[in-house]
Design a protein around this ligand. Sequence first.
Ligand code: PMP
Ligand code: GLN
Length: 380
Amino acid sequence: LQTRLPAVGTTIFTRMSQLAAEHGAVNLGQGFPDFDCDPALVELVSEAMRAGHNQYPPMTGAAPLRLAIAAKIASLYGHQYDANTEITVTAGATEALTTAILCCVHPGDEVIVIEPAYDSYLPAIALAGGVPVRVAMELGQHGYSVPWARIAAAVTGKTRLIVINTPHNPTGTILRTADIAALAEIVRGTDIMLLSDEVYEHMVYDGVRHESLCRHPELAARSFIVSSFGKTYHVTGWKVGYVAAPAALTAEFRKVHQYNVFSVNTPMQHGLASHMASPQPYLELPAFYQRKRDLFRAGLAGSRFTLLPADGTYFQCVRYDAISHDKEAQFAQWLTSEIKVAAIPVSAFYAEGQESGVVRFCFAKQDATLELALARLRAV
Ligand code: PMP
Ligand code: GLN
């Protein structure tokens, strides 16, 4: 059998969650909350089911949800998308990312990906027949940063798409206005498209604002912007996300979406739409997660781990060179099996497994979970 993705195995997130379960470790590996969503949201989904929202929704997404998404984006970022022609509800952000890549990347097209990169980008590019052009972030005194000059140098006549992720998984780096200006400079005068993974849009700390690409009209005009209800409403298992893109891009996106999943489960969409009409819970998310980040950082401050900056997302990356010179995967396995705290090796976010001596912890956990993990990590 000549497979399309010969190099792909089981994801690092699944493997580390399995290892954590085997060893009874606190699971700070795979990114998901260990607390439940707002019970009112569960009630709204139940109500939607009782109201008969149980058959196929429109292929593009339930109308109330598309309207709620468009209203939210307009109020937060000042860009008015047309709910009918520019917003599509997807099966999580993952489907949105893969569909966007499949609908615009032709065989041989180059796609610039910034590493470390979320694990779904490269397989999707491979399925499209695209050629990934990987550019590594720089890891310096002040953490990770995007080397725009190297990205500019990587652009060729074949560059079709650049994949952006802000706030960035796993590093927590957020793009600032200077980054946006550099990106705008690179794409100006070209027909390069942008795929902006903004699933952590509400996890930006210290009062900094999220630079959604849709805030910037010249970038919005060429961007697929992806987000996920899983992150924002603590429901990663519901797998509902969306893509916002100009009508011409959305039309192409929907051609693939239509034959990939056709549509996304109906009652969740109605429940989420009703929930979004009430006081917006995402406005509280930065403070909610910043407190957890600070608790986790304070707990690790006196330990042998070195904290890297954590400006956004619900991840904290640490160096461990004061503890071990093992490779990251080996160190993460040891942490899980011996110290009983699971982490993710950042090398898993590089196609060639680049080693930086850094692992990622997820702090989207109850305080008691974080305290238990911290006690163990401080003892290392
Ligand atoms: N992009 C990034 C950067 C992520 O971290 C995740 C979730 N881990 C996703 C996309 C996928 O989101 P979803 O679960 O909604 O498919
Ligand atoms: N996005 C999550 C993470 O980075 C994992 C999602 C998954 O398991 N595929 O941990």
